[in-house]
Design a protein around this ligand. Structure first.
Ligand SMILES: NC(=O)c1ccc[n+]([C@@H]2O[C@H](COP(=O)([O-])OP(=O)(O)OC[C@H]3O[C@@H](n4cnc5c(N)ncnc54)[C@H](O)[C@@H]3O)[C@@H](O)[C@H]2O)c1
Length: 427
């Protein structure tokens, strides 16, 4: 089969189609439900995502084109697609060329944060439906640009905050809506990690053969400040403000997003954040972003999130604890949901005697996390068979929390968010 033959053209070739034994491909053709997918960014998340999409939609969505500026990742992804779908995808170094392919119905964008804005806007203008990884964008202003472009476009856009598609979090939402924990004014959320001294946080392996040519350094930089080739910045972009908001936009946004989802909230009114580079502070480590961050959020309706993240101790792991007046629901490590009734002194027995509940994602829902469901939700929405659970408006609300935490941390001041004016100020 010629390299890069579009899937539709390929299926038109009847002799080849007849020879196809993969039921997945035949079904897509017969049921007229096949979608051609373009994939921009096949690094860590993008490469894993290729398999998840195949699991989510083995029959109806085929990755026919991939784009990445690092040739090593491009070759690896091409190989994986050949194995999974039995076709050879078109390969691109320039995402604009992929977007010009009219046969592509939807794109998954899994590139560094600072590229999300330009790629998503270009994809919408090219008439594509878009799955864009979190955070929606690198700045508040860029996020609003995407929201506006999405509203104009009439296209489906799903943001990669996949907890919304996890059965555990849906259960938590249902339990809250049933009133199981009473009024909720307070959530604790945290993400703790650790790693050995010779494996610093977010210092991912730089492939030894990487160079400015086989990574296309200018395309990686995009509109970020120009500078000389730096493989650490390319492969460890999360550590530098030019390309990432660090903990705030890489991790925290998942958690503010899911609190919004479970409790029906939108954006906080204030944020105060502090932290620093405490654990990974060797003189040779030139990271910009903190490895320790706490953020306190106040919402307009008497509601508070107490968030903390530290990269030097993993004991408490990952979690959100919804602290209601009548009980607590916590989701830990995206795998365990626990409900505990309140048992304070003289608590009504109707409250205190409720049995505890313990659910496990794998055991009770056969789910590792929500990613596969989230992909399926996107594809079904593109087909007009459902509604997306993480539209850009929700992605932007979660991202605003992340961005104002970064602003508060960098300026050492409390941030007030004016949601009507879509502006912040420091106090
Ligand atoms: N939802 C989640 O749980 C989750 C988890 C991990 C990562 N992510 C998100 O996924 C995105 C990617 O993260 P990652 O960890 O895979 O990063 P990564 O560095 O491993 O992969 C990024 C890929 O983009 C490629 N790239 C860089 N510039 C490009 C350009 N101009 N055009 C095309 N390709 C380009 C790189 O070569 C690389 O292969 C980020 O937005 C991240 O926040 C989400």
């Amino acid at each position: 089969m010629p390299d890069g033959l579009p899937r539709r053209d390929f299926l038109k070739t009847s002799a080849v189609a007849a020879a196809l034994s993969a039921p997945a491909i035949l079904k897509a053709q017969n049921a007229n439900e096949g979608l051609n997918i373009g994939w921009i960014g096949v690094g860590t998340r993008g490469y894993a995502g290729l398999s998840w999409l195949h699991t989510a939609e083995p029959n109806g969505a085929v990755v026919t084109a991939i784009c990445d500026t690092y040739t090593g990742h491009l070759a690896r992804a091409k190989d994986r697609i050949q194995t999974m779908y039995g076709i050879t995808p078109k390969t691109y170094n320039d995402y604009r060329e992929l977007l010009a392919d009219k046969s592509i119905d939807a794109v998954f964008i899994m590139t560094p944060e600072h590229l999300h804005h330009d790629m998503t806007i270009a994809a919408l203008r090219a008439g594509k439906n878009v799955y864009i990884e979190k955070p929606l964008a690198h700045t508040i202003e860029e996020g609003f640009d995407i929201v506006r472009e999405w509203k104009k476009s009439g296209k489906i856009v799903q943001v990669g905050t996949q907890n919304r598609s996890s059965s555990l979090y849906k259960k938590a939402k249902e339990m809250v809506e049933q009133g199981m924990i009473g009024d909720i004014h307070y959530v604790r959320a945290f993400w703790y990690r650790n790693s050995p001294p010779n494996d610093p946080a977010w210092r991912y392996v730089v492939p030894p053969e990487a160079n400015p040519e086989n990574t296309d350094w200018p395309k990686f930089l995009g509109t970020a400040p120009q500078r000389d080739w730096d493989p650490h910045r390319y492969f460890q972009w999360r550590l530098y403000w030019d390309y990432s908001g660090g903990i705030s936009t890489d991790l925290l946004v998942h958690q503010t997003d899911i609190v919004n989802f479970v409790l029906g909230k939108t954006v906080p009114a204030t944020c105060m954040a502090s932290g620093g580079i405490y654990r990974w502070s060797e003189a040779t480590d030139d990271r910009d972003v903190p490895d320790t961050l706490s953020a306190i959020y106040e919402y307009p309706d008497k509601f508070h999130i107490n968030y903390s993240c530290y990269f030097g101790n993993v004991h408490y792991g990952y979690g959100e604890q919804f602290c209601g007046n009548d009980g607590t629901i916590e989701v830990l490590n995206r795998q365990d949901l626990n409900f505990y009734p309140e048992k304070y002194r003289n608590a009504e027995s109707a409250i205190a005697s409720r049995p505890e509940i313990h659910l496990n994602g794998l055991k009770d829902f056969q789910e590792q996390d929500g990613a596969i469901n989230h992909f399926r939700n996107f594809i079904e929405a593109v087909r007009g068979q459902g509604t997306i659970v993480a539209p850009p408006t929700a992605g932007q609300e979660a991202a605003i929390s992340g961005h104002i935490a970064t602003l508060s941390f960098k300026h050492g001041k409390k941030v007030i968010w004016d949601n009507k004016a879509e502006k912040y100020q420091f106090v």
